[in-house]
Design a protein around this ligand. Structure first.
Ligand SMILES: Cc1cc2nc3c(=O)[nH]c(=O)nc-3n(C[C@H](O)[C@H](O)[C@H](O)COP(=O)(O)OP(=O)(O)OC[C@H]3O[C@@H](n4cnc5c(N)ncnc54)[C@H](O)[C@@H]3O)c2cc1C
Length: 387
């Protein structure tokens, strides 16, 4: 069915950014994983817009970074603001990386660059084929799939779940996904607008009504993300304009000219109880989901994936799983760190009104003057403290 083999060393389930990065790096190392994706066409939306320095570093090995740099725009500053007042400036120019900035690049473009890498290393995604079950088998697992031509079973020594937050691999393995859901909703819009601030800055407005983040995107666009208790299912330009007027710059107003894409959603913060169980590995959103604050989601997934390839290669060649155990522990500890960090930012950004807000703003302003702190925060956001 669909040209699927009866068996493969590794089956990668899901061809989002995590699965694509894993697959490309395994191919570069001379492996031939089977990669299965249920969508017939790649997702078109921009979703994760920030590519951090550490991700650019790890993707260098695939030769993907120059093309990402060509498609994205370099933004060196994250600035927390209360309307027109800057509270703290996080300057990525101070980080110890050959990429001292954040790259703003829509996720569909990042995925396109990763798919191009595959052209270079050979192979193609098997799609549209959906994994419906994963079961233990002798010396590995068997994966049941369904596609346009019917169903079949493929045996594998290892199965890697890169299948997102609702991962079937995680569910089939009975791995719990502990955490919770933020009370407030989030709205997102990609727009063209007259924006009074510089395009070298991502602005995070910690306002009385909630958080609003404005980030420049390529092609003269902007990404707006905001918390919203009354989030409509499909936010309109008027709705987003009102958020900017009540939470954004006060002296000189932003004016939305064109709404290009919009979405509203609830956000979960959860980490899988393990990322390695028997011959199953969980990577990316399948293993951890969290607030978009700081733009960590896709970055952490890609880094999980690239870090997995060496120990997985070793396990396949030498039947030595020590590296996989170490990988799972280190990456799960990192996922927990990311969840804690993004949770702190989200809670600080949504501190409400009155005295708590004044106290919070005073505290943020104060720590902004601590020597070296801006650099430390930038280093953490860029995930440079992680090996
Ligand atoms: C609206 C929105 C905005 C976001 N904004 C940001 C942001 O600003 N910054 C940030 O860092 N992150 C953001 N994210 C999160 C980011 O998009 C994810 O962290 C990232 O996509 C995770 O990549 P992944 O490859 O692990 O999972 P996914 O991108 O979810 O990919 C999983 C893939 O697996 C496939 N799949 C699932 N189940 C099966 C199955 N049973 N069989 C076969 N294939 C299957 C899916 O079709 C999909 O292609 C946003 C997400 C959304 C939805």
């Amino acid at each position: 069915m669909n040209g699927l083999p009866a068996e493969a060393d590794v089956i990668v389930i899901g061809a989002g950014p995590t699965g694509l990065a894993l697959w490309a790096e395994l191919r570069r190392r001379g492996r031939a994983p089977l990669t299965i994706e249920r969508r017939s066409e790649p997702a078109q939306h921009s979703r994760a817009a920030v590519v951090h320095a550490r991700t650019l570093e790890v993707l260098d090995v695939l030769g993907a970074t120059p093309e990402l740099l060509r498609r994205g725009i370099q933004v060196p500053i994250f600035r927390v603001r209360d309307r027109d007042r800057a509270l703290i400036t996080i300057d990525f120019r101070a980080i110890a990386s050959r990429y001292p900035f954040t790259l703003m690049c829509p996720q569909d473009e990042t995925e396109a660059v990763l798919r191009d890498c595959l052209g270079k290393f050979g192979g193609s995604v098997t799609k549209p084929v959906e994994v419906v079950a994963v079961r233990p088998a002798s010396d590995g697992l068997e994966v049941e799939v369904k596609g346009p031509a019917g169903g079949s079973i493929v045996k594998a020594r290892y199965v890697v779940g890169c299948d997102g937050g609702h991962s079937i691999v995680r569910r089939e393995a009975g791995i719990s996904f502990d955490g919770g859901t933020y009370e407030e909703g989030f709205v997102l819009a990609d727009v063209r607008m007259n924006w009074p601030l510089d395009r070298t800055e991502v602005s995070l407005f910690f306002a009385a009504g909630g958080l609003v983040v404005v980030a420049p995107l390529p092609y003269d666009q902007y990404r707006i993300v905001a918390t919203a208790d009354d989030a409509p299912k499909i936010p309109t330009a008027q709705y987003m304009q009102r958020l900017l007027e009540t939470r954004g710059p006060d002296k000189e107003l932003a004016i939305i000219k064109e709404l290009l894409w919009t979405s509203s959603y609830k956000i979960h913060h959860r980490v899988a109880s393990t990322m390695h169980q028997d011959r199953i590995l969980l990577v990316g959103d399948a293993a951890h989901v969290h607030s978009p604050a700081g733009g960590q989601g896709m970055n952490t997934g890609i880094q999980d994936a690239i870090a997995l390839t060496e120990p997985l290669d070793r396990a396949l060649t030498h039947r030595d799983e020590n590296g996989l155990v170490a990988w799972a522990e280190a990456r799960r500890a990192n996922a927990k760190r990311v969840v804690r960090m993004t949770d702190r930012i989200t809670r600080a950004a949504t501190a409400g009104d009155g005295a708590p807000r004044l106290l919070r703003n005073a505290f943020i302003s104060l720590i902004g003057h601590i020597p070296g702190l801006s650099r430390k925060i930038a280093t953490q956001l860029a995930e440079l403290e992680v090996n």
